[in-house]
Design a protein around this ligand. Structure first.
Ligand SMILES: Nc1ncnc2c1ncn2[C@@H]1O[C@H](COP(=O)(O)OP(=O)(O)OP(=O)(O)O)[C@@H](O)[C@H]1O
Ligand SMILES: [Mg+2]
Length: 345
């Protein structure tokens, strides 16, 4: 039997990543957690990194890549939809601004060509998305809690591994530039004894060094269980279970803490008595047993399948109350959370 997910403990973190297979309820749960946190007076930012955003629909207001305050969030709830395209444009523009002063006028056409190629290169959008994500993490002091509604699992895992990959890549670039700088200094000494080198190399290095530091800090924050938590959402079906198991193992081996699993859309026990639901109910029960056997170390909480609308202020407040009640029902015997239901109505 899995321990129950302790929602008060989860909410005490500064960064929560919500992940899981496509369509299992990640955005809905991320918005619900954000609603709970904001209702408790925590200044909360919900960030969607899924290219197919739906936070605007969930909250019933236009969000976009500049972010906005949710009108009914009591001043504590903000949301942001990072668009990979917008992130890439911003990123390439910053590269252009950094490079231009160091590129001879006759080579500027080459620079534009390189930027164009980079825009269409595989992985560029992901890298730019990561750049935007690490900036949000870097500026986390503005918020008490940041919740990331991520794209389906595979994508998210790649994204989480990118800081170390990108940091190694940046490392290589820095080493290359340092070698080039030293060589130029040496040549300079031969050409004009005693003359200062132009400082261009160190100006080019500065943004790379800053980026390396930002990636390293983001990776450290994500791996620190005092700061971060990764929460999975899954429906009790075979494929979401396999994907969640693989992701839990991958995260644990990268040192990223797994806080728990929300088992979503459970059929009620009454379904067993309904002929056309009996098979589906039995399948769900088998998967729940496998979760208990194969993911015994991960705390869980279950939410029922509902016919309610899970959008807008009322829908999300209703689901928030369900989630808190479900976790409290399981943990009351173990501890008394500081009534996380307060302020949700
Ligand atoms: N407990 C539930 N009962 C009934 N419907 C639910 C429940 N949880 C979520 N849903 C519905 O399931 C649909 C998918 O949810 P959601 O968009 O949150 O999933 P997602 O994992 O973010 O999807 P995607 O991978 O496409 O981003 C939505 O229509 C949502 O309202
Ligand atoms: Mg989603």
């Amino acid at each position: 039997m899995n321990r129950s997910l302790d929602i008060a403990q989860l909410m005490a973190r500064r960064l929560i990543m919500v992940g899981g297979k496509g369509g299992v309820g990640k955005s809905t749960m991320a918005a619900t957690l954000a609603t709970i946190a904001a209702a408790h007076g925590r200044k909360t930012l919900l960030v969607s990194t899924d290219p197919a955003h739906n936070l605007s629909d969930l909250f019933g207001c236009e969000i976009g890549s500049n972010g906005c305050a949710i009108p009914w969030g009591g001043g504590n709830l903000q949301a942001l939809e990072i668009s990979p395209q917008h992130a890439l444009d911003t990123y390439l523009e910053s590269v252009r601004q950094q490079m231009l002063p160091h590129v001879a006028v006759h080579l500027r056409g080459q620079l534009e060509k390189q930027l164009h190629l980079t825009r269409h290169a595989p992985g560029s959008e992901e890298a730019a998305l990561l750049d935007a994500l690490t900036r949000v993490i870097e500026n986390r002091e503005e918020y008490d809690l940041i919740i990331f509604d991520t794209a389906p699992t595979g994508h998210t895992l790649r994204l989480l591994n990118l800081p170390s990959v990108m940091s190694r890549w940046t490392e290589g670039l820095i080493a290359q530039k340092e070698r080039a700088g030293r060589f130029r200094d040496l040549l300079g000494k031969f050409a004009s004894a005693g003359e200062e080198s132009d400082g261009g190399a160190s100006a080019q290095l500065a943004p790379l060094i800053a980026r390396r530091a930002r990636f390293q800090q983001a990776a450290q924050a994500l791996q620190d269980p005092q700061i971060s938590a990764f929460l999975f959402v899954m429906t009790p079906e075979a494929l979401p279970l396999s994907e969640t198991r693989r992701a839990v193992m991958a995260l644990e081996s990268s040192g990223i803490p797994v806080a728990g699993i929300i088992l979503n859309r459970l059929l009620p026990p009454e379904a067993e008595a309904v002929t056309f639901l009996r098979g589906a109910w039995a399948c769900q029960q088998q998967i729940l047993q496998r979760v208990a056997d194969e993911l015994a170390q991960v705390p869980c909480v279950s939410l029922p399948m509902t016919g309610n609308t899970l959008q807008g202020r009322e829908g999300l407040a209703w689901l928030a109350a369900q989630l808190v009640a479900a976790t409290e029902a399981d943990v009351t015997k173990q501890k008394q959370p500081d009534s996380v239901t307060a302020g949700l109505s």
